[in-house]
Ligand binder design. Structure first.
Ligand code: CP3
Length: 349
C-alpha cells in the first residue's frame, strides 16, 4: 500500500478524525480550465478519454492548478453504454447523442455484456498511469453512472430536462426496463471492481437524474440497483452515492452501507443529516452557480456552508458539476476558503 501525503478524503470517509474538511469539485477536470480547452482543440472527447496520457494529464490539472484534495479520473459515465455496443457521440455545445436509442426488445438484444478489460481497459490504464503520476499527492476517485441515469440516456438518446421517453419506457415496459437496469448493474459492478484494482481509492456513483423519480419509483428503478452495486464494491473501495435531487431517499441510501452521500444545494445540511443519520459522510453542497459571484461572496458563503455541516463527517464539494464559465480564480477561492475555514466556537466539539 502506498502512503498518501494527503489522505484527508480517505480518513473522512472512514470516519477517522482529520485536521480539516477535505475539498474537491464534481466535474473539476474540464472545461473551465484553459489547459483543458487547449487539449480539446487538438483531440476529440473520446480520444481524450481513451488515451491514458491525455486522461492522466487532464485528471491532474485541477490538483496542481486549483489545489483540490482529490483527483477524479477524466472519463464519462457514457463509456459504459458505449462498451455495451451503443454508439455515443459528444456534440460540441449540445452534449451527448446516442443515435440508436433503446426502444424495443430488439434494441435490447443488440447490447452486449462487455468484458471490462477488453472494452474499458483504457480507463484502467488511465487510472494506473494517473496513480503513478500523482505519486501519493492526493487520493484518486473512480466513478460510474447509476443504472437509472444511464438508462435515461440510452432510451432518450440525448440529454433532456424531463427524460419523458425514458420514464415512459419504464412505466409502459417495466419488465424490459428492469432487464436493462440489471444488465447495467452487472456491467457496472465488474467495471468498478476493475477501477478499484487499477488504483481508484474511492468510487463515486453518479445518479444525476435520480431526482426525476418520486420516492417509490426511485426505489424501484434506481436504489435497488445502486444497493447491489454498493454491496458488491464496498469492501474493495470507499464508496460515495450522489443522487441529485433524491434527498427523500437519503435514509435508504445510507442503509446501503455507502461511506458517503452527495447532496445538492436544495436541501439544508442539517436536514440532510437528520435524514441520513449521524455517521454517514455527507458531501456537498455549494450551488455551482454561486462560483460566479465575487470572490468575497464565495468566501463568505463557504463559511456559512461549512458551519452548517458542523465540521465533521463532511466533504466540501459543489452540489453538482462545476460550470464551464466559472473563472479559475473563483474555483481556487472556493478551495482556499475551505482550507482556511475556522469552525465557529459553537460548532467546535
Ligand atoms: O469530474 C470530472 O472532472 C471527471 C470527468 C467527468 C466527465 N463527465 C467529463 C466530461 C465526469 C465525472 C463526468 C460524469 C458525467 N457525464 C455525468 C454525471 C455528472 C453530472 O454532471 O451530472 C453525466 C450526466 C455525464 C454525461 C455527459 N457528458 C453530459 C450530459 C455531457 C455534456 C454536457 C456537459 O456537462 O458538458 C458530457 C460531456 C462531458 N463529460 C464533458 C466533460 C469534460 C464536456 C465535453 C467536452 O469537454 O468536450
Amino acid at each position: 500500500m502506498q502512503i498518501l501525503k494527503n489522505d484527508l478524503l480517505l480518513r473522512t470517509l472512514r470516519g477517522e478524525p482529520t485536521s480539516r474538511v477535505p475539498v474537491w469539485m464534481m466535474r473539476q477536470a474540464g472545461r473551465y480550465l484553459p489547459d483543458y480547452r487547449r487539449l480539446k482543440e487538438k483531440y476529440s472527447f473520446f480520444e481524450r478519454c481513451q488515451t491514458p496520457e491525455l486522461a492522466a494529464e487532464i485528471t491532474i490539472q485541477p490538483v496542481e492548478q486549483v489545489g483540490v484534495d482529490a483527483a477524479i479520473i477524466f472519463s464519462d459515465i457514457l463509456v459504459v453504454p458505449q462498451a455495451m455496443g451503443m454508439e455515443v457521440q459528444m456534440i460540441e455545445g449540445k452534449g451527448p447523442l446516442l443515435p440508436d436509442p433503446i426502444k424495443s426488445a430488439r434494441d435490447l438484444g443488440r447490447l452486449i455484456m462487455p468484458d471490462p478489460e477488453e472494452k474499458l481497459g483504457y480507463v484502467f490504464d488511465a487510472l494506473k498511469l494517473t496513480k503513478s503520476r500523482l505519486d501519493g499527492r492526493v487520493p484518486l476517485i473512480g466513478f460510474a453512472g447509476a443504472p437509472w441515469t444511464l438508462l435515461c440516456y440510452m432510451v432518450q438518446g440525448k440529454g433532456s430536462k424531463t427524460f419523458d421517453e425514458a420514464k415512459a419506457f419504464c412505466y409502459t415496459q417495466p419488465a424490459m426496463a428492469h432487464r436493462l437496469l440489471q444488465m447495467l448493474t452487472d456491467t457496472t459492478i465488474a467495471y468498478l471492481k476493475g477501477q478499484a484494482r487499477a488504483g481508484a481509492d474511492v468510487l463515486q456513483i453518479f445518479d444525476s437524474w435520480g431526482g426525476l423519480l418520486g420516492p417509490e419509483d426511485f426505489e424501484q428503478f434506481s436504489l435497488r440497483y445502486i444497493r447491489q452495486i454498493v454491496a458488491a464494491i464496498k469492501e474493495e473501495a470507499l464508496t460515495i452515492i450522489f443522487a441529485k435531487g433524491a434527498w427523500h431517499s437519503l435514509e435508504g441510501m445510507a442503509a446501503t452501507g455507502a461511506h458517503g452521500l452527495g447532496i445538492d444545494w436544495c436541501i439544508r445540511p442539517e436536514m440532510a443529516r437528520q435524514l441520513a443519520g449521524p455517521t454517514v459522510v455527507l458531501q456537498g453542497n455549494f450551488d455551482p452557480a454561486k462560483l460566479l459571484s465575487p470572490v468575497e461572496v464565495i468566501r463568505r458563503e463557504v463559511d456559512v456552508m461549512l458551519d452548517a455541516f458542523g465540521g465533521q463527517h463532511h466533504i466540501a464539494n459543489l452540489g453538482h458539476g462545476i460550470l464551464p464559465e466559472v473563472p479559475v480564480d473563483h474555483a481556487r477561492a472556493f478551495v482556499e476558503a475551505v482550507k482556511n475555514h475556522v469552525l465557529r466556537e459553537d460548532h467546535v466539539l
